[in-house]
Structure formats: structure tokens, C-alpha cells
Design a binder for this molecule. Sequence first.
Ligand code: ASP
Length: 450
Amino acid sequence: MPHLTSSGDEKPNWAIVIHGGAGSDPTKWNEDKTKIREAGLLRALTAGRDALANGRNALDTVELVIRILEDDAAFNAGRGAVLTKEGQVELDASIMDGKTRACGAVAGVTATRNPINLARLVMTETPHVLLAGKGANQFAEQQKVPLVAPDYFLSKARFPESEPHFGTVGCAVLDSDGNLAAGTSTGGTAKKLPGRVGDSPIVGAGTYAANDTCAVSGTGVGEEYIRNSIAYDVAARMRYANESIEDAVTIIMQQTLQAGVGGIIALSKDGKIVMQHNTPGMSCGAADSSGKFETHLALKDGGSPQRRVTTDARKPSKAETEITELLLQQVKDWNQGDIDAFMEPYWNSEQLTFSSGGKVTRGHAKTLLGYKERYPDAKTMGTLAFEGLEFQALGNDAMQVLGIWKLARDNQPMTGRFTLVLRQFPEGWRIIHDHTSKTPEKNSDDTVQQ
Ligand code: ASP
């Protein structure tokens, strides 16, 4: 049974999310396997929660939690690691500090009891990010980390070859100082070629943390996570496309990764926790300072929200929202017969350019006069509507807006396109250029009226 307690909605002081691998359907596991997995998740999550509640920092907590999972033979990391095609253990791990973006990783280590510990030493004791194979093993000896003999690794005895053993482990943490960190550790994929390196030790693929966005750890077919820079992509979507952490992970799970490939745990700088998988199961758990504490072997619908998130659903930028409001106000003013108010968003300058019906007018005063001549009263003004607005940012303080205008007057509907260029002034956005054409568009040469 999943262990579940509810939580409040307030922004937590600290938060932690862990995984113990994505893969097979836990309802098909025997009782023994189910019990040891649940116990392992509970033990690791409890230790992480207690550490954070006692003020432990994010990086230390990630290392502590992953060490516990590496020492637990129920998971495919450290002691329970799967074997290569040649029957050896080759361990991968990485850790990243969201505050400084310092990171460290090891790949293909064979005798280190806790690869996450060695990854952290690569981060703190070398100028490098990733050490692999022989060099990583030598580094482990130099650093005097606990080393173990090959028979320490229990995979062969515990997990028969007929039963695939999943259970990469990962952890993402937000501490009470607002710092994020993430780490991942694995034995890789079962029967991998000797020397094969997965995503877990690749920063940006299996692990990523940056204080401005989120901390992430992935589990699944590592090659897919490397190809798509999955962990970094969660942060990039939040950073560049303003997506929420839930939308970022959902889009990646639904659109980037093929079904059945794996799972992601992620934690935002605001303490929002996301756990999703597109495999039948993912061992995972989460806790935070508001009292949340839960572990799962699989999530309902793989943890994805009911609604399907599409990239089109991206939030409009602040500039787009402000300009839309400005144009809607213009429409209102027009429809109330108030041309002066309608003209307010136009740049009050002799340099305003206004082109309509093949005629170009320069300057605010002339444009207003032109409008008043063409539309002497509310009846001739009719009812205006704007549709299909498209925005193209021109640098930081200018925007091009394309759209369709519709005017109903005396039961004579007219329509056409407009292209506006707006600039941001201290008093707000102002239209500095307006080009309006009627449909069907006439091929007339614009004439300039000074
Ligand atoms: N991502 C890991 C790897 O490819 C395996 C896993 O998460 O199950 O090495």
C-alpha cells in the first residue's frame, strides 16, 4: 500500500522528492520485492525529511539519501546494481549544486561502495566534472572512499536473469535557504555492453539543478534521456518559455519521450514537486515542510495531470497581455464613438506613421484629423472588432502585432489586416506605426501625406 499523508498548499520551507527507478508493473511483483522496495523508499525519504527539518543543506541531503538507497540491495544502484553483459558491475552517478551549478560525476566505477560520494568528490576535489573507468577507480583509491570486493554486489543472487531489475535512484531537494540540488545513481541497464555509459552521470541528461528554476533526476532508457537532454530541458522550458514545472515535465513525458521509456522527478525553486512516469511503475516519494509525506510504486495515470498540456497553451508574456488590453480598450472606445480616446494609444508625435487605404499620414494630429473626417459620427464609425492577434517581439521594448480588423457599418461588413509596431515608453506601450489594409487588398502605391 502506498504511504500517503496530505499536505497544505502553502509554499514549503523545504521539500524533497526521490525515485527508485521506473520500469515494470509493481502489481506483478512478488510480496517480498514489493515490501523491500516500499521499506527502502520509506527509509530514504524519512532520513531526507529529518535532515531537512534539522536544517541540513540541499547538497548534503541529496548525498545522504542516495547513499541510503545505494546501500539497499532493492535498488539498481550501489549494492543492488545490475550486471553488464560480461557479469561485472559498472556504476554511474552524478550530483549537482543548484546554487553554484557546480557538479561532479563518475561513470563505470567498479569498486566504490557509494558512487554518489565519489561524484561529489569529483565536484569538490578536482577541476573536472566527470571521471570515468580506470581513472575514476584510481581517484576512488586516492580519496580513500570505502571500497568493496565484487561479491559485495548482490544483484546476481537476488534478481534472477529472467526478471529485469529496475531501480536507478535519484533525489532532488530544496533546502530552507532556498538552494536546490539533485543527484542520480545507477548500475545502468541490465546486460549493457561493458563501457556503456547512461544518462545518470551526464549532467543535463539524467541530473540537473539550478536555483533559478528546478532540480531534476530522471530514470529510464538512458540513451533517450541523453539524446533529448531531458533534465536540462525541464529547466530550459521553465527558464525560456515560462512554463510551470508541471507543464514542463508533462510536455516532455507526453511529447518528447516515447511511451514506456521512463520517469522524471522534479522540484521547483518554489517547492512544487512533480513525479511522472510513462512506464507501468516508478518507485518514488516526496515530503515537504507542510507535512506532505508519500511514497508510491506507481502513480495513477503515471502522475500526469488530467488535462493534456500543449506547447500552444504557453502563457502570453507580460508585454503581450498589456498590448492586448490596450487594443481591447481601443475597440471599446471606438464602439462608444470616442475617436479621441481611440487615438490615445498612438504615439503623440510628428513621427507617427499611419498608413491606410494606400495613403500614408505622418503625425498624431494629422491622423486624428483624418479619422474625424472619415468618421464624422458614431453611425459612420460602426462596430469594430480585432481578431487573430499575433505578436512578434522586436527586442526588449518593441513589439510587432499582426491582426484582422472587422467593421460592421450599415449592415456592410468590412474586414482587413493590420500591422502595428508598438514601443514601450515610460507612460506605457504606444503604437508608433500602423498599417491597415482592406480585404481584398488593393495593389496601390502608398502616397505620403506630410
Ligand atoms: N537511466 C538509467 C541508465 O540508462 C537506467 C534506469 O534509470 O533504469 O543507465
